[in-house]
Design a protein around this ligand. Structure first.
Ligand code: SF4
Length: 85
């Protein structure tokens, strides 16, 4: 099992309410820039106004966890976190 590092920039006290409950989240610093959607299109989704993205689905298998981690790694604002436990 690979080791994933927690992104220390994200803030779980600022989690967007649309995120499905679970470990992974987007906080309210999302701009949005879209790049994470290219890495994890099955997990992340725009809100109605396309002003931010949120986790529609928590990753449930190694491929989805890899996708979520790539999204976290590529996010330029550090808005994605995986420490909501
Ligand atoms: S990469 Fe980060 S800032 Fe860009 S849309 Fe995704 S969560 Fe928002």
């Amino acid at each position: 099992m690979p080791v994933y590092f927690v992104n220390s920039m994200s803030d779980k006290t600022r989690i967007l309410k649309e995120n499905v409950p679970g470990q992974w989240y987007v906080d309210d610093s999302c701009t949005p820039c879209h790049v994470c959607l290219e890495e994890a299109p099955k997990l992340l989704k725009y809100n109605e106004d396309q002003t931010y993205v949120y986790f529609l689905k928590q990753p449930e298998n190694p491929e989805e966890i890899d996708a979520a981690q790539r999204a976290l790694d590529i996010c330029p604002t550090g808005s994605i976190g995986n420490d909501n436990t």
